[in-house]
Structures are given as structure tokens and as C-alpha cells.
Design a protein around this ligand. Structure first.
Ligand code: TGC
Ligand code: FAD
Length: 396
């Protein structure tokens, strides 16, 4: 049977609800700059990096060159961009690869934010400008092999010894760990406080072996941090944080970036699926002409537009100072789940081609399995929202 002639699309499939019109010129300019970088420097190579299990160090230097490290923080030579501008950057980075967004996220929202929010003036002057420029790479060690969703059960221990601290323990699943020049490590003290320490590469007793055999986030460095009687001077202890609120406040920042980033990954899969569906002829016509494919594409567009609106609304709340951690939990839950659904659906549209790294789809899909788990699992965020709705904590 002959294919019906295709009419031109009447609405931009990538901006069906005209959300673009809600952005100001500066936001669009930042978004477009990051998008162009990702298309030129990440997209053509990231399939190979994923296959090889590497993230080249020079990519971090280039990301720093764009001013992305700690772009949403101010003072100390940092750009002080809006939350929405930072969110748009995360969206574009993750349209390339979740690992690229994660590298920026861990540097700016976790390691730099921890120092910016909980450090002394001297610590901020000492580390933030050099982290912004990419001269120093940071990582953030909260999770342990037996303390992930429940970081309060951490075993890493910090003991006072004169003017120093002595750290013992280990951290697991730490992004950028092996390549980091400094690690913000969270440990429990003899007084049962939770304190943050800047552990520097080369300190005796500190090592950061890389974790291999991952099938997700392969273009990202993931490591263990091992602390064996590591002596850290008091000037490396973040003085303003003394409870779990310290690290959890950093997580709010990184989770915020994920609310946007997940939509970027979904958009990349949608674009690939739409192009493929228009070209792929099966039973004599493009698969885009079949109702079942159109239903998939319509559902994907719905999820992407809904996710973008949620991200933008949450971003505007953050800029207005009205955002609460529970809002971020709702956004992370919904947008990561939605993005995974989009990627899985895109994979079916690509048929057999959907399983290769020639297309971005299965890479994004596999990456999102980590995104679903890190920065608070889907279940943890469900319980945060559940507690906000009912007033009853159901974690324990
Ligand atoms: P709870 O007793 O509720 O609270 C302890 C203290 O923390 C405060 N707090 C928060 N503060 C800021 N932001 C939040 N979201 C906060 N949630 C709680 C709370 O007010 C209290 O403060 P204070 O002053 O009274 O001491 O804590 P809990 O032990 O019951 O835990 C609650 C729970 C389960 C929500 C929390 O532990 C949690 O979020 N677990 C998930 C852990 C997690 O997300 N780990 C992520 C590690 S980093 C990572 O994955 C990086 S991935 C790479 C990338 O980002 O790209
Ligand atoms: P667990 O806590 O053991 O959870 C296992 C399962 O039990 C999950 O499904 C969970 O939702 C469920 N569960 C737990 N508690 C409950 C409950 N009360 N009710 C119902 N279900 C529950 N951490 C860092 O500190 N820094 C990093 O840079 C970092 N980067 C990461 C990079 C990657 C690629 C990955 C995979 C992880 C990274 N993490 C990092 C760790 C990540 O934050 C943890 O994996 C995550 O918090 C979950 O902890 P867990 O793996 O120990 O799972």
C-alpha cells in the first residue's frame, strides 16, 4: 500500500508547548552555548568513550573553559548565574551524556557547594577559584558500601588528634574520585557529629581506586575512596557543618540539576527516535505513519514537555527563594522516571538498531538507571514526598 503523503509538522516537536518563550535572552544564550559545545565536542565521541569506559580529562578542562563549574554560585570569582540558567546548562549537558552532566554537577553542586556553603572564608578563597577554572577537580564522598540511602549510618570516622584529624573508613561509588585533586569526605566524629573534610590527593593513607565493570555511566569516572589513618589538618575541616544537614544540603543542589538533566537525556532519545521513525520503511511505509508509533511519539513528547515545565517551575522557585527539598524530590522522581520511559520507548522504535552505540538511545537508557538510583533513589524521594503529604516519616 502506498504511504500517505506526510504533511509538514504544525508544531515544533521539541518545543510543543512553546516553553522557549518563557526564557529570557540571557538564559537562551547560555543554553545555546552549552548546546553547541555538546553537539560539537561530546555527541560525536561519547559513544566511543562509553564503549572504552573513559571520560577524557581534557573534557573537564573544556567544561571549565565554558565557565560551568560552580556557575550558579557567587563571590570568589564565580559567575553567580541564575538557577534556571544552571538548569538549562544541565539539560544540554545531559542531552550529550549523563556522565558529562554528572562531572559538572559533582564539581559545582557537590564539592564546590560544600565549601561555598559550609567552609571558612579562607577555605573558600583557597579552593573555589581554582575549582571554577578547572585547575582542581573535586569529588564528594558521602555514600559507603553499607550506607547509601541511609547516610546517617556511615562508619567513616574522624578522630581529633591535637590540631589534626585522623580519618578512617571508605566511601563507595564516588564520581570523579580517581581523578580528583580534592575529596570532600563526610565522617562521624567521637561526639557523633557529621563533619566534612577536604582530603587532598597525595595525603598519606588516602587512595581512590576506580570501579570497573559498570554497564551504566561508563563515560564517567566512579571510584572507591579509601582512608587509612589519613591525617587532615584542622584547616581542612569545614567549620560550619556539624550534622547530616551539611551533606544533605549539597544533595539538594545536585538533585536540582538532575530535574533538568533527565529531560535532556529524554529529548536526545526522542530526537533519535523521531528521525528514525520518519526514515525507517517497514511494510511499505515509514513507521512514523503507524498509529502505534505515533502514540509512542506523542507520549514521549508529553513527558518531555511536562518535564521541562516542571524543571522550569522548580527553577523559578529556586531563584525566588521558595524552593524546598520536597519540591526537588518530586521533580527528581517524576522527571527521571519519565525520562527512562521515553528512552525505553525510543529504543523500541529503533528496533535492533536500538541496542547499539551507533545511536544514543541505549546509552542514555543505561545511564538513567544510575540517575534513578543516585542522588536519592526513586524510593527515597517517594518517601520524602510521602512524608510531606502525610506528615508521617516512613523511612524506618
Ligand atoms: P533526617 O533526620 O531527616 O535529617 C537529618 C538532618 O538533615 C536535615 N535534612 C536536610 N537538610 C537539607 N536538605 C535536605 N534534603 C534534608 N533532609 C534532611 C534535617 O533537617 C536534619 O537537620 P538537623 O539540623 O536537625 O541535624 O535524616 P535521615 O537520616 O532520616 O535521612 C533522611 C533521608 C533518607 C531523606 C536522607 O538520608 C537521604 O536523602 N538519603 C539519600 C542519600 C543520597 O541521596 N545520597 C546521595 C549521595 S551523592 C550522589 O549520589 C552523587 S551522584 C552524582 C551526581 O550527582 O551527578
Ligand atoms: P541502598 O540504600 O542499599 O538501596 C537498595 C534498595 O533499597 C533501593 O531500591 C532503595 O530505594 C531501597 N530502599 C532503601 N531504603 C528503603 C526504605 N526505607 N524503604 C523502601 N526501600 C528502600 N555517592 C556519593 O556519595 N558521591 C558520589 O559522587 C556518588 N556517585 C555515584 C555514581 C554512580 C554511577 C552511582 C551508581 C552511585 C553514586 N553514588 C554516589 C551513590 C548513590 O548515591 C547511592 O548508590 C544511592 O544513594 C543508593 O544507595 P545504595 O546503592 O547503597 O542502595
Amino acid at each position: 500500500m502506498a504511504a500517505k503523503s506526510a504533511a509538514p509538522p504544525t508544531l515544533d516537536p521539541l518545543d510543543f508547548l512553546a516553553v522557549d518563550a518563557l526564557l529570557d535572552e540571557e538564559e537562551k544564550a547560555i543554553r545555546d552555548t552549552v548546546r553547541a559545545f555538546v553537539r560539537e565536542r561530546i555527541v560525536p565521541h561519547v559513544g566511543d568513550w562509553f564503549e572504552e569506559g573513559i571520560l577524557p580529562r581534557e573534557v573537564l578542562t573544556e567544561l571549565a573553559g565554558l565557565g560551568l563549574f560552580g556557575m550558579h554560585l557567587d563571590g570568589y570569582g564565580l559567575p553567580g548565574a541564575s538557577a534556571v540558567a544552571y538548569g538549562l546548562a544541565c539539560m544540554e549537558l545531559e542531552a550529550g551524556d549523563s556522565g558529562t552532566r554528572s562531572a559538572v554537577s559533582v564539581q559545582g553542586s557537590l564539592a564546590m557547594f560544600a565549601i561555598w556553603r559550609w567552609g571558612s572564608e579562607e577555605q573558600k578563597e583557597r579552593w573555589l577559584p581554582r575549582m571554577h577554572s578547572g585547575e582542581l577537580i573535586g569529588c564528594f564522598g558521602l555514600t559507603e558500601a553499607d550506607a547509601g540511602s541511609d547516610p546517617g549510618s556511615m562508619r567513616t570516622h574522624a578522630r581529633r588528634d591535637g590540631t589534626d584529624w585522623v580519618l578512617n573508613g571508605s566511601k563507595m561509588w564516588i564520581t570523579n574520585g580517581t581523578i580528583a585533586d580534592l575529596a570532600v569526605v563526610w565522617a562521624r566524629t567521637d561526639e557523633s557529629e557529621v563533619r566534612g573534610f577536604v582530603v587532598e590527593k597525595g595525603m598519606r593513607g588516602f587512595s581512590a581506586p576506580e570501579i570497573h565493570k559498570k554497564l551504566s555511566l561508563r563515560a564517567s569516572v566512579t571510584s572507591e575512596l579509601v582512608l587509612d589513618d589519613v591525617r587532615v589538618p584542622d584547616e581542612n575541616m569545614l567549620p560550619e557543618a556539624s550534622s547530616l544537614r551539611g551533606p544533605l544540603s549539597c544533595l539538594d543542589e545536585a538533585r536540582y540539576g538532575i530535574v533538568w538533566g533527565a529531560v535532556g537525556a529524554a529529548r536526545a532519545c526522542f530526537e533519535a527516535a523521531l528521525d528514525y521513525a520518519k526514515e525507517r520503511i517497514v511494510f511499505g511505509k515509514p513507521i512514523s505513519a503507524y498509529q502505534l508509533t505515533q502514540e509512542k511519539l506523542a507520549e514521549m513528547a508529553l513527558e518531555i514537555n511536562r518535564g521541562t515545565l516542571v524543571a522550569l517551575h522548580i527553577g523559578r522557585m529556586k531563584d525566588a527563594g521558595t524552593l524546598r527539598p520536597e519540591h526537588v524530590s518530586l521533580g527528581k522522581m517524576g522527571n527521571v522516571r519519565g525520562a527512562l520511559e521515553v528512552c525505553r520507548s525510543a529504543r523500541t522504535i529503533l528496533g535492533g538498531n536500538g541496542i547499539t552505540l551507533e545511536y544514543p538511545v541505549i546509552r542514555h537508557m543505561n545511564n538513567l538507571e544510575s540517575v534513578l538510583t543516585y542522588e536519592g533513589t526513586h524510593e527515597v524521594h517517594t518517601l520524602v514526598v510521602g512524608a510531606a503529604i502525610t506528615g508521617t516519616q516512613a523511612f524506618r
